[in-house]
Design a protein around this ligand. Structure first.
Ligand SMILES: [Zn+2]
Length: 120
């Protein structure tokens, strides 16, 4: 489990753990939609198994975003007197926008690893 998480964060191929899934060098901080390799450079594993394969990653992305918003809310509520302070919403919006590029990559990586072929 821990090694799987490590492979996900290192942007490594689910099949051989050597090739890279995303073409961009920085997995965490790059602006814009991430460029994906179609196949693994090492084992030729096909990442997008069918058209629209990553549609489901959108739901993973949603779950991650909601989690981050909740965590941000609980951290912020420690620093404000009122529970529903308008400034907390602004902070949550800022955090979500900042992390959105990272979340796209993370959700796709989780999706690839969730549906990789575990039989071999
Ligand atoms: Zn590979």
């Amino acid at each position: 489990m821990l090694s799987t998480l490590s492979h996900i964060f290192k942007n490594e191929c689910p099949n051989c753990n050597k090739g890279k899934v995303f073409a961009d060098k920085s997995f965490f901080f790059s602006i814009g939609f991430p460029k994906m390799n179609t196949h693994c450079s090492h084992c030729n594993y096909k990442f997008e198994k069918e058209p629209g394969y990553f549609f489901g990653a959108m739901f993973v992305n949603y779950a991650i975003t909601v989690g981050q918003a909740l965590i941000t809310f609980f951290i912020c509520s420690l620093f404000f007197d009122k529970i529903f302070d308008f400034r907390i919403l602004l902070i949550i919006g800022f955090v979500i926008l900042t992390l959105s590029f990272f979340n796209i990559r993370l959700s796709r990586m989780i999706w690839i690893y969730a549906f990789k072929n575990y039989t071999n």
